[in-house]
Structures are given as structure tokens and as C-alpha cells.
Ligand binder design. Structure first.
Ligand SMILES: Cc1cc2nc3c(=O)[nH]c(=O)nc-3n(C[C@H](O)[C@H](O)[C@H](O)COP(=O)(O)O)c2cc1C
Length: 192
């Protein structure tokens, strides 16, 4: 179980989004917290069937890699969504994951959510749609205590390593260094 779960959805390992995620992870680990990064694009995540069964059972009828991801999301204290911007919003593999969290919409609670995103666009204003979408998504997680804490928007990134030329990595690292996890509260999630 990791205290900080990073869901990284770019198909490009060691690309801009992955590097941004790694800068964040470095900051978190230096503060002594445990992390896990999941390469979302390489998981077997089927599309939501829209059957609505989960709205009664809080469980998805489909058995694929989401079962383990649900557990990890419910266990973590901090959840980071790291996605490249594709046509102004999340890429498809992240959207599959988001849709499937319909099953834990009413049970996930007390999480601090962060958004890390990269795009070719020239400035931060082009990231408004993905940021607003993320805020609305967190608003849908109905049980108390979930909050969208902060985001890093890495712009002007086309080639795999363009993010190295920006200040986004430093910003992600510094943001991660600010995280404080209440260990007692974290442990109480498991040892009740
Ligand atoms: C299908 C596709 C759609 C994209 N759409 C956008 C977009 O709407 N806005 C933007 O700023 N960048 C867009 N990009 C550029 C990527 O978001 C950008 O290069 C990003 O840094 C890629 O991240 P990665 O290196 O982690 O894969 C698009 C790229 C692809 C492949």
C-alpha cells in the first residue's frame, strides 16, 4: 500500500508527463512517504458499461486491472492524476480509468488529489478545460473530505524531453515537498 498513488496515463514512458510524475515522486519520497506509480496506459482497463450496478453495490461487474487500482486508490491518502493533454482534456486511457471510478464514487473519501498535465500549447490558459474537468470530477466524489489540492500544467512540450526546458519539474518537486500526510490518519484506514 502506498501513501501516494500516481496514475500516469501517457503511453510514452520517460516522456514529459512521466518526467513530471517522477519529479513529484522525488519530492514525496524525500519527505519519507511511500509512493507507487501505475502506468495506466499499459493496464487492462475496459470501458465503463454504464450498467449502473455499481451504484447499488459500490463494485464493478467487470473483472480487470481496475480491481487492484480501486484498492490502491482507496488505500492511498494522496492520488495524483498525471495525463498528457489530448484535444484539450485527458487522454483516452485516463478517461477509461476515470469512468470506471463510478464504482467507488460513493466510497472513496478523504483523499488529496493532484493534477499533473503536459501539453504542446503555448501557455497555461489552454489547460482550463482539463483543469475544470478535473475539478468537476472531484466534486462528483460525493463522500466528504476529497479535495483537488493543486495542479502543475507543463506547457510547450512536444518532444519527449521538452519538459526539461521548463520550470514545471521544479514546480512539481516543490509542490510535492509541501505535502504532509497525517500518519495516524493514514494508518487508521487499515488498522481499525
Ligand atoms: C492525440 C494528441 C492530441 C493532443 N492534443 C493536444 C492539445 O489539445 N493541447 C495541447 O496542448 N497538446 C496536445 N497534444 C500534445 C501533447 O499533449 C504533448 O506533446 C505532451 O507533452 C505529451 O506528453 P508525453 O510526452 O507525456 O506523452 C496532443 C498530442 C497528441 C498525441
Amino acid at each position: 500500500m502506498a501513501q501516494v498513488l500516481v496514475l500516469m496515463s501517457s503511453p510514452r514512458k520517460h516522456g514529459n508527463t512521466d518526467r513530471l510524475a517522477n519529479a513529484f515522486i522525488k519530492g514525496v519520497e524525500e519527505n519519507g512517504y511511500s509512493t507507487e506509480k501505475i502506468y495506466v496506459n499499459y493496464q487492462n482497463i475496459k470501458p465503463c458499461l454504464g450498467c449502473n450496478v455499481c451504484q447499488k453495490t459500490n463494485q464493478c461487474v467487470q473483472k480487470d486491472d481496475m480491481q487492484e487500482i480501486y484498492e490502491k486508490m482507496l488505500e492511498a491518502k494522496v492520488i495524483v492524476f498525471a495525463s498528457p493533454v489530448y484535444f484539450y482534456t485527458f487522454n483516452a486511457s485516463m478517461k477509461l480509468l476515470i469512468d470506471r471510478t463510478f464504482a467507488i464514487e460513493k466510497t472513496i473519501h478523504d483523499k488529496d488529489f493532484y493534477l499533473l498535465t503536459t501539453g504542446l500549447a503555448p501557455e497555461e490558459s489552454y489547460f482550463r478545460i482539463i483543469k475544470d474537468t478535473f475539478q468537476k470530477y472531484i466534486d462528483c466524489l460525493r463522500v466528504g473530505g476529497n479535495r483537488f489540492v493543486d495542479s502543475i500544467l507543463g506547457f510547450q512540450t512536444g518532444n519527449k524531453d521538452d519538459i526539461e526546458k521548463t520550470n514545471a519539474l521544479e514546480k512539481a518537486y516543490n509542490m510535492a515537498k509541501e505535502i504532509k500526510i497525517n500518519e495516524q490518519e493514514f494508518n487508521s484506514l487499515f488498522f481499525t
